[in-house]
Write a protein that binds this ligand. Sequence first.
Ligand code: UDP
Length: 459
Amino acid sequence: MEDPRISPVKPRFGREIILFPLPLQGHITPMLQLANILYARGFSITIVHTYFNSPNSSNYPHFSFRPIPNGFLEGQASTVDFIALVTLMNVTCVGPFRDCLAKLLSDASKDRIPCCLITDPVWHFTQAVANELNFPRMVLRTSSISSFLAFCALPLMQEKGYLPLQDSRLEEAVPELPPLKVKDLHVIHSKDPEDVLRLIIAMAETMRASSGLIFNAFEELEPSKLAECRRSFPVPIFTVGPFHKLSVGPSGSLLPQDKSCISWLDKQEKPKSVLYVSFGSLSIVSEAQFLEIAWGLANSGQHFLWVVRPASVRGSEWLEALPSGFLEGLGGRGHIVRWAPQHEVLAHPAVGGFWTHNGWNSTLEAISDGVPMMCMPFFGDQRVNSRYVSDEWRVGLHLEYKVERRKIEDAIRRLMVSEEGEEMRERMKALKRTVDECLQDGGSSFRSLQKLTEYLVSF
Ligand code: UDP
């Protein structure tokens, strides 16, 4: 059945945007949200995607999908070494992507006039392809502006001796990147650490050469970082987030969402009494950490909804590592699912806190729904986001990388039932109001989207 929120809006002027997401959940979701936003503005949409982690096209009957081969064999790459995966794909996808884009351009007609390519910046090879085909390329960076700049600063961090990380310096502040500490610097493990630096340099160069940058972010949250970004990247920059508040239609989730948790939340009598726990689509914990998390939750005495993704506990398929009778012993206080409809969960009145890994989508979703956080970052930009949440915006508690049941139990109580938690909730309410305002007619994201639309039409 057609989604009534989508169907009345049809492409009005034949202008087509071609989008090429990186095949990871946290990157696909915002790219598809941006596609929905642009569709609603009258553009027709074509999504070029790899077979690896391909989006569910049946959820988007209003888009056209063009799959391209990954160019590698099953088992040759996995998301466990993300850097190795994208380094490989930046080579193997060149030919298939070039052919696909060239065909889309040569098949143009008066009803379908391709006007711009929007890719993830990690696909840095696409700039050379766009140049060759004389077609404009814009970039959607799916992280916060602050973490993007911290990512670009990694070569400098190495030069200054902060990296590789040394145990004795972890608690030191990084004066070049306040409020970050050494332990918050982007750590992305890869079999070849030089690949990380090469990726950053290639991304930054091709972003500078692009026709513009789009962020799933809003101006009021990171004003000084946005100004810094404009100085470092002298191309048009658009901040039109949070996307999920502007985008109608399906979620873009790669995993099936278990809606049973919404009925479970409906049964909770007290508003804001449930801690929602989810560490995103990529993070993996050891069995020992999993047990610390489980006992921390159980001993806190608070109600919780916990997403345990299949295969996210090393060596287990799902919940085998839980002591037998664990859930029964909670007397209905806890509910576990494989994957949740996170937007609905965070917007639910029973939810009062979010224990998160601080992926940027999750962080932005929590801010938009006014839910204070407990921060447990794993890698990459999550570490930067967590520090901003706890020390800059002061809407969350940082676990300081300690996965210990006592610390967890204490932090949950501080977040859910203490005055300190209440103060964070109040600051979150103010931040949520700012989000609501930036999306309204005349607000910063609203205006930025207008400008982006005009810019895209101008190509
Ligand atoms: N998500 C979801 N259900 C879950 C957990 C996560 O739908 O049970 C969604 C969440 O709403 C977010 C995305 O998955 O949009 C995760 O992206 P994020 O940037 O937070 O983290 P990543 O998965 O990239 O580490």
